[in-house]
Design a binder for this molecule. Sequence first.
Ligand code: ADP
Length: 488
Amino acid sequence: MDWVTNLPIKRKLTLIILVTCSAVLLLACTALAVYELLDFRSATVRDATVLADILGENTQAALTFDDADAARKVLGALQAEPGVIAARVFGASNQPFADFVRSGSAPQLPLAVAHSGNQFAVGALEIYRPIVLDGKTIGTIYLRTDLRRMYDRLKLFSGIALIVLAVSLALAFALSSRLQRPISEPILALAEIARAVAEKKDYSVRAPTHGGTGELAMLTDAFNHMLAQIARRADELAATNAELEQFAYVASHDLKEPLRMVTQYMGLIERQLGANLSDQHRRFLHFAVDGATRMQTLINDLMSFTRTSHVQENHLPVDLTQVVNEVLATFQERISETRATMRIGELPTISGERTKLALVFQNLIGNALKFHAKDRDPVIDVTSKRIGSDWVISIADNGIGIDPAYRQQIFAVFQRLHGRDEYPGNGMGLAICRKIVDQHHGELWVESRAAGGSVFMLRIPCDPTPAAAQPVLPDAAPVAGLRLAQPS
Ligand code: ADP
């Protein structure tokens, strides 16, 4: 029934009306046909019984005087009754006495009285009536009547019923095509507006109202009201986001300034005191500068995370093979340092934001190189496969792996499973990756490899919904300044 669900509402309404009309008309015609059949059968039985009784009376004398010729003459009158095919008069001891057989037909006449009353045989009605004289049965008359007339009438009736059905359906189609408009048009208008809103993010449009108090008028009003509310909320959200961004920018700028000063003055102290500094003091100075540098990195990462919230209006085709090759070029040194083997399979071209998608691969491949096991050289596979309407891209490594208990946690901001001394980093990379993948209507998750290591899986729709259908965000600002999380 999927095809019905997918039909446009106009067709659905017309179909419903036509199916209902056909069912009702078919039922009515069938009921009439059955009534007609039963009526015709009882009329045929009645007529045949009367005819048999008349013949019985007229053959009484012939039976009494054992005059078969006289009986045959009486039966000969049946020639004028086109429905009667054959007749036979039986004597008192059930022996055939006189017959009538319509020329051109060769019915099997019964040799003896089979029963009394009537019986419908194939295409014929058979009747046995006793011939009674002075209360005494002196014989039986058998009559065989053709039912062809009944079938002809049934055929005629069916023909008429079919014509009535066809004309009624044509009329129902014409009427329903016009009468379904008050229902389908407001719904179609709503669907059209909803589509336009989703595609263009234009919340100022409104569905046309036709007045009235019906459910459809209420639905249109509620829809318009909802659009007005969304428009107001979108404006508020855009304003709040802009404010927050401004705040983040100012705050990060203001925070970075004192940090720069700390670093500068520590450097000055080191230079000026020079040889007078003890090893311990030098270590303290180094800790202070290191702390300030890390804080600067943290601030920069937080800014990157905030900026990934921007959604570009137009998604463009992005060749992932090209993206991955560029990412690998940036990691060339690290790859040879770690003696990593990079195996890159065939990758698709998807629709999206190139810079952000590059950032995802930069982070995932960077992590695969960074979290390699000490006892083996890294082997990293980047592959893709199509599943339904999605591309599933996997970045698999043979590194230290991830405890299944933390598979969700690592995607949150600042969440790390290792100390900075062990593996450097801020715990922002995966949070940024997940955000970007969400913006592309995809999914990012991690699985463990049986042979050790992790597989990061990236599911992206082949034909993503236009970017405009995404959540409302402030006017897009350039993603410039986005820092790639380096696997330092
Ligand atoms: P960072 O790399 O700066 O630590 P991420 O957000 O990229 O931050 O990663 C979060 C944490 O997830 C990492 O600290 C690490 O514990 C774990 N992780 C990420 N990728 C891998 C990987 N390929 N193998 C093992 N652990 C990983």
